[in-house]
Design a protein around this ligand. Structure first.
Ligand code: GMT
Length: 375
């Protein structure tokens, strides 16, 4: 099959899922064409079956902004015709499903559209009254809509009054890349002493991630247990989090790394993954940590209860309760045998419930199902 994939290229989870999917399907013999504004973050190599087509935007003073959505629709129509693509898989209902719809109107070649919603598109942006009608339209015009958790599938159906519930295809993880392995001792020592627990948080530090809650929970935790916190990633709230760490007099125990291209190395030496998101349709960062044998402490929101088993591979506490988050973290970290059991369970959960092959099989089944749709 000749497949087009459109996603946002940054470090966000949707781009990572789209990229890993494309790489996996190329390894299975698909011709996969990424059509994006930039080379996706984890698309580190092109091959016989992997191609990249950049979307070019022409900026002109009269226009409000460079017209990404329209430039994308134009580029999609060109690439689909030139490369004779059969199916376009877009990640994000807004704007990508709309651009896909426009491309279908432009392009003489018939092709199927699969849209995967990731959460930020339908739960945060698409719900705004200024975007809701067009988001709903994009979903309705797709031949199939998939969602990364049951929570997101049901919420999307209800929020947009859809006739059908989107098909759930869980996110997946490459358990060969993300696993606990021996790194030189100096690697862990960059972040913590041998007798300290290493707590890690990874996000794009948008307000929805509540990085300040991470710092507050860690401040309470480290009063009871020697520990260090590593904040991986970058975003609008990074500085606020760093300032809060100073204010709480724990700055010497907190390291901010910025974005890392090999986040698996930090996860491989971590003891706990801390997450304080108030919205999280799945929590791919948590799954990648679990694959590295790192239990998760987080708020019980969105799709996280479908990923983390409470009291087995991690802990989920009421949203905004930073004290409960700290106490849950302490419970996991304080007894070595208990931590070892959590570690094993986290890895097992990632391997058994979210392996990459199962994710690829599920998307292939979606592509097969839409082949029968007349376009
Ligand atoms: O929230 C992020 O970190 C980025 C965001 C995105 O849109 O790229 O992630 C969303 O998609 C991920 C992959 O499916 C999910 O694991 C995240 O839970 C989801 N984020 C939210 O729902 C806030």
């Amino acid at each position: 099959m000749r497949l087009g994939i459109t996603c946002f290229a940054g470090v966000g989870g949707s781009g990572i899922v789209a990229t890993e999917l494309g790489k996996g399907l190329a390894a299975r013999g698909y011709d996969v064409h990424f059509i994006c504004a930039e080379m996706p973050f984890r698309l580190d190599d092109l091959s016989e079956h992997l191609f990249f087509h950049q979307v070019h935007m022409f900026a002109y003073p009269v226009l409000q902004n460079p017209q990404y959505d329209l430039a994308l629709a134009s580029r999609l129509s060109e690439v689909i015709a030139e490369q004779e693509l059969d199916l376009l898989h877009v990640h994000y209902a807004i704007p990508h499903a709309i651009s896909a719809y426009l491309a279908r109107q432009i392009c003489a070649r018939p092709f199927r559209i699969v849209t995967t919603v990731h959460g930020t598109d339908t739960r945060l942006v698409g719900l705004d009254p200024s975007y809701r009608p067009i988001t709903r339209f994009g979903l309705q015009q797709s031949d199939m809509v998939t969602a990364v958790s049951h929570h997101l599938a049901e919420a999307t159906r209800d929020d947009f009054a859809l006739a059908h519930t989107p098909t759930v295809v869980y996110n997946f993880v490459d358990t060969q890349r993300f696993h606990r392995r021996a790194l030189p001792p100096c690697y862990r020592e960059n972040f913590a002493h041998p007798d300290e627990r290493l707590v890690v948080h990874v996000s794009n530090m948008r307000p929805v991630k509540r990085v300040e809650d991470i710092v507050r929970a860690f401040a309470r935790l480290q009063r009871h247990l020697p520990a260090r916190l590593v904040l991986v990633g970058d975003g609008p709230d990074r500085l606020t989090a760093e300032r809060l760490a100073c204010e709480l007099e724990i700055a010497d125990r907190v390291t901010c790394t910025g974005n890392l291209s090999h986040v698996e190395n930090v996860l491989a030496v971590a003891d706990l993954f801390l997450m304080a998101s108030e919205v999280e349709s799945f929590g791919l960062a948590a799954l990648e940590a679990m694959a590295c044998g790192v239990p998760v402490a987080a708020y019980a929101i969105g799709g996280l209860p479908e990923v983390v088993e409470i009291g087995v591979s991690g802990a989920l506490v009421p949203v905004y309760d930073t004290e409960a988050l700290a106490d849950a973290a302490l419970e996991i970290l304080s007894a070595p045998e208990r931590l070892a059991a959590y570690r094993t369970a986290a890895r097992t959960r990632a391997e058994t419930a979210f392996p990459e092959d199962a994710g690829l099989d599920a998307y292939e089944a979606c592509y097969d199902a839409v082949q029968t749709v007349t376009v």
